[in-house]
Design a binder for this molecule. Structure first.
Ligand code: COA
Length: 422
């Protein structure tokens, strides 16, 4: 015989409205007397609510975050009749159900036989004190994964530390994989919520997606922001374009940015490097990548030896590479060997963004749309053309101070391009 009974919060002293921070069982779980059902945590103490009797959890009446006091109904449990042997955790582990020779014969016979009912799902509550659970939680450790070495498998502080050390060692030894231990991607039937259309990813996206994902998770990114007063540079750019209109050459802000970035890389060589193990490979060449938007996705063509080319040459080479990118005619070599990348969304708009470093490079410059803004010159506000810049960098190689100086130097060059000659 079994009876359904209510489980309420027992006497918890003077505490009231204590938040439930952990639920340790779910409907269907079999619990023994004193197995922990849930954990409550007040400002001063963490406590577990134990099962007052053995049985099967039928229903949970509270969720994580609920506030409970003595007498609050927290679960409905079907009490197991004392005459029914309770399958204990130890018993299941030590004595897996054995089939008698006769039963084995029946099960292996070709004729259909009644399928034996699956064994009830056994909940394996971690035996650990509330304070230890709290300790594990603070370290981000799932206590149910810790192997207890105390009496009756009770988890001790050392067990949690051993668990953490093992994971850290595993992550280090895993090397390139990073050991992220991520949750699986959510599987959702979107059609349940409305009309959908499925479109295969382009070949380009299939290639660039995993590269971007790797760079995003493996590089500790930081992004600095600054603004450059490009009023005079824009006047010069328009003049140059007018002078070269007949030759069909059009210089955009990006060509000047590439030239200024080369000069800044020379001043800050660690930004023109790649990290290889415990060494930095400093490059003595300046091949500059620029992100180009194409109907199939993003590509990063490279302008080789940009330090040896003038702005006009860079502009016309960039136009040819961007055209090739849009027409899908770039060769693999057109996108190889880059030292540093620039991503310009200035022709599209926006006030700023955080570009992802293009590994194995160590930094990338983002440019948003230049806008007229009132700038204070010390005595009055003057309308100036201001270009928003962002610099994302790999914190394993560069520090914030260096990144700040890099951007400051670049801003200075763009504010007065003659400085490039210095
Ligand atoms: N602020 C204001 N205007 C800007 C600007 C800026 N920062 N950058 C460009 N412009 C202007 C240009 O001067 C041009 O105007 P004009 O025709 O009046 O002279 C217009 O915007 C269009 O420029 P665009 O054709 O985009 O040239 P570009 O040299 O600036 O950029 C590419 C060339 C290939 C980089 C660009 O076409 C592109 O693909 N950009 C997208 C890059 C991208 O997707 N990055 C995101 C990666 S996550």
């Amino acid at each position: 015989m079994s009876t359904t009974r209510e489980v309420t919060v027992p006497d918890v002293g003077d505490f009231k409205n204590i938040p439930v921070i952990e639920i340790l069982v779910k409907p269907g779980d079999i619990v023994k007397v004193d197995d922990p059902l849930m954990t409550l945590e007040s400002d001063k103490a963490t406590m577990e609510v134990p099962a007052p009797f053995a049985g099967t959890v039928k229903e949970l009446m509270v969720a994580i975050g609920a506030k409970v006091s003595e007498g609050t109904l927290i679960a409905i449990v079907e009490e197991i009749d004392e005459a029914t042997p309770v399958v204990t955790v130890e018993k299941v582990i030590a004595e897996p159900p054995l089939l008698s020779p006769a039963t084995s014969q029946v099960l292996s016979a070709p004729a259909p036989v009644p399928t034996p009912a699956p064994p009830p799902e056994i909940h394996l509550p971690a035996h650990a004190s509330p304070s230890l659970r709290r300790f594990a939680r603070e370290l981000g450790v799932d206590i149910d994964r810790v192997i207890g070495t105390g009496p009756k498998g009770r988890i001790q502080r050392e067990d949690v530390l051993v668990h953490v050390k093992q994971h850290m060692r595993h992550d280090t030894e895993a090397g390139g994989g990073g050991g992220l231990d991520l949750l699986p991607w959510p599987q959702i039937d979107f059609a349940k919520f409305g009309d959908v259309e499925r479109m295969p990813l382009s070949r380009l996206r299939k290639i660039s997606g995993p590269n971007l994902a790797r760079n995003w998770v493996m590089i500790p990114h930081v992004t600095n922001f600054d603004e450059a007063d490009v009023t005079d540079l824009e006047t010069f750019r328009l003049k140059v374009n007018k002078e070269n209109a007949d030759a069909g050459i059009k210089v955009t802000m990006l060509a000047f940015l590439i030239k200024a970035a080369v000069s800044t890389l020379k001043a800050f060589p660690e930004f023109n490097s790649s990290l290889e193990g415990e060494e930095l490979v400093l490059k003595r060449y300046y091949h500059m990548g620029f992100a180009a938007d194409t109907p199939n996705g993003l590509v990063v063509p490279v302008i080789r030896d940009a330090d040896k080319k003038g702005v006009l040459e860079i502009a016309s080479e960039m136009a040819a590479l961007a055209r090739g990118a849009r027409d899908g005619k770039l060769k693999a070599t057109d996108m190889q060997g880059g030292c540093f990348s620039i991503s310009s969304l200035g022709g599209i708009g926006g006030t700023g963004f955080t570009p992802i470093v293009n590994a194995p490079e160590v930094a990338i410059l983002g440019a948003a749309k230049a806008e007229m803004k009132p700038l204070w010159n010390g005595s009055e506000f003057r309308p100036r053309l201001v270009l928003p810049l962002s610099l994302s960098w790999d914190h394993r190689v560069v520090d914030g101070a260096a990144a700040g100086r890099f951007l400051h130097h670049l801003v200075g060059l763009l504010g007065d391009f003659r400085r490039i000659l210095l």
